[in-house]
Design a protein around this ligand. Structure first.
Ligand code: SF4
Length: 136
């Protein structure tokens, strides 16, 4: 069994405490990112084709991608690799990027687990961390 890790290195702003590589998208980068991922998956699949039991969208902020983009990336995964029927398909999400419509779209696209970057349940701490969401 193996897992696929799919990276989205974009964030709307750089948090002061963050050591991960990420930057605001430039030009059309966010709109075309899924095409680059799909191309990379095709390249990987020419060399490796293990059974996949987990797919993880990490970042950066992969929840900046649209449900349609996630759906297209997952369609490539299912086309190119044998995916377990009970595979865990996770998406890292920044609360500031989520609403009911987007969450419904991610679920419909095939996401079955969210990793939500809450960071704190104290608004003072969220302000200190320059996060855009509140405890509410
Ligand atoms: S949103 Fe997350 S990944 Fe992006 S800069 Fe902030 S802590 Fe880092």
């Amino acid at each position: 069994m193996a897992g696929l890790y799919i990276h989205t290195p974009f964030c709307t702003q750089k948090c002061s405490y963050c050591d991960f590589f990420s930057a605001p998208p430039i030009g059309n980068q966010l709109k075309t990112w899924h095409l680059l991922i799909q191309h990379n998956l095709e390249l990987i699949a020419t060399e490796l084709s293990p059974e996949i039991d987990s797919i993880f969208f990490g970042g950066g902020t992969p929840s900046l991608l649209t449900p349609d983009q996630i759906s297209k990336i997952l369609a490539s995964c299912y086309k190119l690799f044998p995916i377990s029927t009970d595979a865990e398909i996770s998406l890292e999400a920044n609360p500031a990027t989520l609403n009911n419509e987007i969450l419904t779209g991610f679920h419909a696209a095939g996401i079955n687990r969210l990793s939500i970057g809450v960071q704190s349940f104290d608004d003072n701490n969220l302000h200190l961390l320059e996060r855009k969401h509140s405890v509410k």
